[in-house]
Design a protein around this ligand. Sequence first.
Ligand SMILES: [Zn+2]
Length: 186
Amino acid sequence: MSSHPHIVLPWVVRRTRLPLLSLRCVDCGSQSATTGEGRFRVNANGKLLDVWLLVRCVSCDRTSKLTVHERAPVRSFDPAELHGYRVNDPELVASTLLDPLLARRGRFTLDWTGAWRLDTPSARLDDAWPVRVEVVFDDPVPVRPERLIAHGLGLSRSEVVRRIKCDIPLHRSTRTGFTFTVMAGD
Ligand SMILES: [Zn+2]
């Protein structure tokens, strides 16, 4: 690297609410479901527990259950976790919904449209090129770097292609942190 950026800006991607689920409703055929406020159902059967996360079709309100634990021994649960299921702890609802394993088993994908934001520090970029930006993900929101950068810097897509140096492909969606460097404009 010949040029050493002397400014590093932190950008943070974080959710603003829970994402919807792209999940086909067996009643009305809608492709969208919500966890709403977030509710678990816990069913005890002897020493075994079933835990489900309840989701609701956004069109017809039909409720369905996503399996979180199936016939799991009660003593295999951390008491705090079990309490969390019983009181519908919002953090536990979020971590359960965002666990890729739940999506794979329940055959849904998360719909992040309108459910996240990008926080950027307000900084004047005019006289300090090149600038390095570190993007951190507080939540695993899939974003396309070229769109995120265009939005965050107020640049056109062609400017992004011309002025951004990045170690990951700009057009491919990612949900983990990356850094890029903004070169001076013409
Ligand atoms: Zn429905």
